[in-house]
Ligand binder design. Structure first.
Ligand code: SF4
Ligand code: SF4
Length: 174
């Protein structure tokens, strides 16, 4: 049974700050292939058991980058002119990058994305646990440990899988 209550996650993140720092240091010594394999397996199990449409926490906390092509696509789906869409929803950086101009995201309705099937690539890819080289994203992943139930549960399951022991400050492969 996975924990999805965001108030519990927030408390866990505060209580386990030091533990997670040590775990991150431990994982940084692993090779990519072994660690990615474990994370991919756990991510599949956890993601299948967690309903993102009941959560929406990432949509309330992330800055979402979007592409010019996505602006065209989503504005067409919403039957808006791209210029109107940009004026309403997008901020453009001095380097020409586009981000959604509000956190929480404009398109969040309750805990659900109102444009779910057309959501942006960055939304689809979060929390990025399906991508290779997990350990290069450890810092960013653990930043969301107290907010994203998928990340929280994958990390906690990973600790169990590798026999992580905070008192010994090391882990053993079973
Ligand atoms: S577009 Fe949808 S999935 Fe992406 S941040 Fe906004 S509400 Fe969330
Ligand atoms: S990706 Fe994480 S934070 Fe976002 S909706 Fe799913 S469980 Fe919640």
């Amino acid at each position: 049974m996975y924990i999805t209550d965001l108030s519990i996650l927030e408390k866990e993140a505060a209580d386990k700050e030091e533990e997670n720092l040590q775990f991150r240091n431990h994982l940084s010594a692993w090779n990519h292939k072994d660690l990615d394999k474990l994370v991919f397996e756990l991510n599949e199990e956890v993601t299948a058991a967690i309903d993102c449409t009941l959560c929406g926490a990432c949509c309330r906390s992330l800055m979402i980058n979007v592409t010019a092509a996505e602006i065209q696509d989503v504005s067409r789906k919403l039957e808006m002119l791209p210029g109107d869409f940009k004026a309403k929803y997008i901020e453009e950086s001095s380097q020409g990058n586009f981000i959604i101009n509000r956190i929480p995201c404009h398109f969040l309705s309750g805990n659900k994305c109102s444009i779910y099937t057309d959501r942006f690539t960055e939304c689809r890819e979060f929390p990025h646990l399906h991508k290779p080289h997990f350990k290069t994203r450890l810092f960013g992943t653990l930043m969301h440990y107290g907010r994203c139930p998928i990340i929280y549960n994958v990390i906690e399951e990973l600790k169990k899988k590798v026999n992580w022991c905070i008192t010994e400050n090391k882990a053993r492969i079973k």
